[in-house]
Design a protein around this ligand. Structure first.
Ligand code: ADP
Ligand code: ZN
Length: 345
């Protein structure tokens, strides 16, 4: 088992990464919290696979466990589902001495995390991510949110977990398209911050625990510098501004997030090369690695780039693009919106 510490002043916490961790979740959790009760939130795909083993291990550690199962998918990051969760938690007389546990992918992490951030002004929170996206990316950094009809993640908070418990064995049951979706963020981390990781992905020979650990390390460093996303954390948006247009064009259903980010990264690298910011050949390298991991590099139809202007990272008439200098190094590149649209095909 690997133990990584995230050093955010007064809210530091550990990420534990390994195989077969779930069955020891209760005992591991005991090193971090005396809570006598855990309110576990999961979705109906994950529940039959992992809820029992988790609840048994919690009970074996003298932690009472209650379970709430939400429907799978982005639709559960809604006010309606959130308010149902609040009702169940209040019904169960949850207190700040208890703990909320998110067992599942990014959707469950965001939803349960937001409930934990807000109910009773904040309840301790533990993440047990079960998708590659959540293990390598979204469970690190404390961003939690639900969606609004006007856009994704518009209602949210920063709520750092007390502990992230990552059992890489849970990835064995993840559908291949979901696995690839997480791979897009893994490739992104290599592209913006770690040429060595990128090379590993190119060779396609690696242990999952190693990949997850490297990704958490990269994200941890970025988040430690900029917990509240006001500066350095921006580089994590590489591929996301362009990807947002791709997601929006597909009505947020044709492409999953990772696929849209994959296409977005290729577009950003292409633009960077055109502007002379990005080392020539970088786009080809990205394309190769993405294809190797089952991700698209180009959209099915011509992109409607102006859709990227609805991205919430826009700052008036300026968009702060993230471009690559080379594989392993990103730069912020602010451009005027009208200039950007001129440059794009
Ligand atoms: P993400 O983590 O990509 O943000 P979700 O939380 O929506 O996305 O998870 C993606 C899908 O994978 C959901 O349908 C979820 O129920 C399912 N899922 C999550 N973890 C597992 C797992 N370990 N095995 C099988 N299916 C899983
Ligand atoms: Zn993303």
């Amino acid at each position: 088992m690997r133990r990584l510490r995230v050093n955010i002043p007064e809210r530091e916490y550990d990420i534990l990464i390994g195989a077969e961790l779930l069955r020891s979740a209760g005992a591991l959790m005991r090193e971090y919290t005396p809570a006598g009760r855990a309110f576990v939130v999961t979705d109906s795909n994950v529940a039959p696979l992992y809820a029992r083993i988790l609840c048994e291990s919690l009970r074996a550690a003298d932690c009472e466990a209650s379970l709430s199962i939400v429907p799978p998918g982005e639709g559960s990051k809604s006010e309606a589902v959130l308010s149902g969760l609040y009702a169940q938690m209040l019904e169960a007389h949850i207190t700040r001495g208890d703990v909320i546990v998110a067992l599942g992918g990014g959707v469950v992490g965001d939803l349960a995390g937001y409930a934990a951030a807000t109910l009773l002004r904040g309840i301790p929170f533990i993440q047990i991510p079960t998708t590659l996206l959540a293990q390598a990316d979204s469970s690190v950094g404390g961003k939690v949110a639900i969606n609004h009809p006007r856009g994704k993640n518009l209602i949210g908070a920063f709520h750092q977990p007390k502990l992230v418990l990552t059992d890489t064995d849970t990835l064995k049951t993840l559908p291949p398209r979901e696995f690839a979706c997480g791979m897009a963020e893994v490739i992104k981390h290599g592209a913006i911050a770690d040429a060595g990781l990128f090379a590993l992905l190119h060779e396609n020979e690696f242990a999952l625990t190693e990949i997850v650990e490297k990704n958490c390390t990269i994200k941890r460093h970025i988040v430690e510098q900029d917990e509240l996303d006001t500066g350095g954390r921006m580089v994590l948006n590489f591929g996301h501004t362009f990807g947002h247009a791709i997601e929006a064009q597909g009505g947020f259903s044709r492409y999953n997030h990772g696929e849209a980010v994959a296409i977005g990264m290729v577009a950003a690298a292409g633009l960077g090369e055109k502007l002379g910011v990005t080392e020539p050949g970088t786009t080809d390298q990205l394309r190769e690695v993405l294809t190797l991991h089952g991700l698209p590099a180009l959209p099915d139809e011509a992109p409607e780039w102006p859709l990227m202007l609805s991205d919430k990272k826009r700052d008036g008439d300026t968009i702060r693009l993230v471009l690559l200098k080379t594989i392993g190094e990103a730069v912020l590149y602010p451009v005027a919106v009208n200039k950007l649209l001129e440059w794009l095909p």
